[in-house]
Ligand binder design. Structure first.
Ligand code: FAD
Length: 402
C-alpha cells in the first residue's frame, strides 16, 4: 500500500464487514480511517454486492437470534439504512424430518419474537396466493419480524454516510501486508475484511476460511405477476434454497443452498474465489425449478434473466472469524461471513470496533475466536458438499450437447 501511517485505522475490503467497521469507527469518533478495496465501489467481487439479502433473526442459536433482532431493529430504525430495507416477513420451511425449523421456532419464542405463526400449505396459499404449490408435509412458520435488504443500496448508503463523516476510500489491490517482526508496517491498526479473498492475505489463517461459490438466478415478472407477488414474504426452504418477492424492476431471485462450489483447491481443500460467474451448473438450475414447482408452480418454467455463482468465505462451523491475529500486533481479521453475514451490515462494525478497542465481550470473543488448527481439509462445509465448479459446469456442457 502506498503512503504511510497518516491514519489511525486501515480497513481492507469494502463489503459488509469492512464498510460497517469503517462506518462505526467514524461514528465513534476515530479521526482518521482509510477504507481500501481492490475494485471501484461497490466491488464486483463482493458477496455483499447483489440485488437482495435476507434479514432475519431466525437462528436456532440464541446468540445469533439476538444479534439478528438487533440488526432487524437497525434496518428498521437507522435512517442511514432504512431506505434499503423491505419488511416483508419470511416463511421458514423445512422438508419432512428436518428438525431445523422446530429448533429455530423454539429459540425465537424463547427470546420473545412477536407474531410467529406456524402454518400449513393450505394456510400459506390462502394468505399469499402466489404460494399455491403442494409443499407436502413441510414444516413451516411465518415470522413478520424479517424481510430483505437491497444489498447494493445498503452498501451505497453506508458508504455515503462514512464519507459524510470524513472517512477516506481508496481503490488499491492489497497483495500482502508488509510485516516487520511481529507487526504490520506502515499502520497502527489494520483490519482485514476481504471476504472470500481473506485467506490470500492473512498469514497463518490456514483452513479457517473456505471460499465457496453459491448459485443464484433472477427471473422477471410481468405486470400482472408483479401485482400478485408484491406483498409476498421471503421464502426459505432450509438447506435447499430461498427466494425473494420482486424488486422494483420486477425481478425475483432464488439462491441455492443445497451445495457449494470450489475452484482450484489447495492441499487443505481451500479454494480460490472467482469473480461472479455467469453460468450455473445444471443441478443448480434443476433444484431452483424443483423448489418453485413445490412452492409457486406458475414460476417453475420461467426463463432466467441472469444466473451467477457468487462467493463467500465459509467457516466450518458457521461462526465468523472476528479476531486479533495471534501473532501480528495491530492486525485484526473480520471475515468468514459464512453465507449469513450481510444482514449485519448496520451493526457488525460496532462489534469489530469494540474488538479493536479491546472491549468486545467474552461471549463474542469465544464465538468468533481465531480457530487455527481446529479445521481439517474438508469437502463438506456446514453440511453442504463442495463440488468442483469447473466439473459441475462441464457436466452441464455435456448435458447441453445431448
Ligand atoms: C449467493 C449468496 C447469498 C447470500 N445470501 C445471504 C442472505 O440472504 N443474507 C445474509 O445475511 N447473508 C447472505 N450471504 C452472505 C453475505 O453476503 C456475506 O457473508 C457477506 O456479504 C460477506 O461480507 P464481507 O464483507 O465479509 O465480504 P465481501 O462482501 O465479499 O467483501 C470483501 C471485499 O474485499 C475486497 N477485497 C478482496 N481482496 C482484496 C484485496 N486484496 N485488496 C483490497 N480489497 C480486497 C473485495 O473487492 C470486496 O469488496 C450470501 C452470500 C452469497 C454468496
Amino acid at each position: 500500500m502506498s503512503g504511510s501511517n497518516e491514519f489511525d485505522v486501515l480497513v481492507v475490503g469494502a463489503g459488509a464487514f469492512g464498510l460497517s467497521t469503517a462506518l462505526h469507527l467514524k461514528r465513534r469518533g476515530v479521526a482518521s480511517v482509510v477504507l481500501i478495496d481492490k475494485n471501484p465501489f461497490p466491488s464486483l467481487d463482493a458477496a455483499s454486492n447483489d440485488t437482495s439479502r435476507i434479514v432475519r433473526p431466525d437462528y436456532p442459536d440464541a446468540f445469533y437470534a439476538n444479534l439478528g433482532r438487533e440488526t432487524f431493529t437497525a434496518w428498521n430504525s437507522d435512517p442511514v439504512f432504512r431506505p434499503a430495507f423491505h419488511k416483508t416477513g419470511r416463511i421458514m420451511a423445512g422438508l419432512p424430518g428436518d428438525g431445523f425449523v422446530a429448533a429455530t421456532l423454539e429459540t425465537l419464542q424463547s427470546i420473545g419474537v412477536p407474531g410467529l405463526e406456524p402454518l400449513d400449505s393450505a394456510q400459506v396459499a390462502r394468505r399469499w396466493n402466489g404460494l399455491n404449490g403442494p409443499m407436502k408435509n413441510w414444516n413451516m412458520y411465518y415470522n413478520p419480524e424479517a424481510g430483505w435488504a437491497n444489498a447494493r443500496q445498503g452498501l451505497e448508503l453506508a458508504m455515503k454516510e462514512y464519507i459524510r463523516l470524513g472517512g477516506r476510500f481508496l481503490v488499491e489491490d492489497i497483495t500482502s501486508l508488509l510485516q516487520e517482526g511481529q507487526s504490520v508496517t506502515g499502520v497502527y491498526t489494520a483490519s482485514v475484511a476481504a471476504g472470500a479473498y481473506t485467506p490470500q492475505l492473512v498469514p497463518r489463517i490456514g483452513a479457517q476460511i473456505h471460499p465457496v461459490g453459491f448459485a443464484i438466478a433472477h427471473w422477471r415478472l410481468d405486470k400482472k405477476e408483479q401485482e400478485t407477488w408484491k406483498d409476498h414474504p421471503v421464502v426459505d426452504l432450509h438447506h435447499n434454497g430461498y427466494f425473494f418477492p420482486p424488486n422494483s424492476s420486477g425481478l425475483m431471485k432464488m439462491g441455492v443452498g443445497m451445495a457449494g462450489y470450489g475452484n482450484a483447491p489447495d492441499e487443505n481443500l481451500v479454494s480460490k474465489p472467482l469473480r461472479c460467474h455467469d453460468r450455473i451448473p445444471a443441478a443448480a438450475e434443476k433444484h431452483i425449478r424443483w423448489i418453485l414447482s413445490q412452492t409457486a408452480p406458475a414460476l417453475a418454467e420461467k426463463e432466467f434473466f441472469d444466473v451467477k455463482v457468487c462467493w463467500d468465505g465459509m467457516t466450518a462451523d458457521g461462526h465468523w472469524l472476528i479476531s486479533a491475529h495471534p501473532e501480528l500486533e495491530g492486525l485484526y481479521v473480520a471475515a468468514g461471513g459464512s453465507g449469513h453475514g450481510y444482514k449485519f451490515l448496520p451493526i457488525i462494525g460496532k462489534y469489530i470496533a469494540d474488538l479493536v478497542d479491546g472491549a468486545l465481550g467474552a461471549d463474542f470473543e469465544a464465538k468468533w475466536r481465531w480457530r487455527e488448527g481446529t479445521s481439517e481439509p474438508r469437502d463438506v462445509i456446514q453440511g453442504r458438499p463442495i463440488v468442483d465448479l469447473n466439473l459441475a459446469l462441464g457436466a452441464r456442457n455435456e448435458l447441453a450437447k445431448l
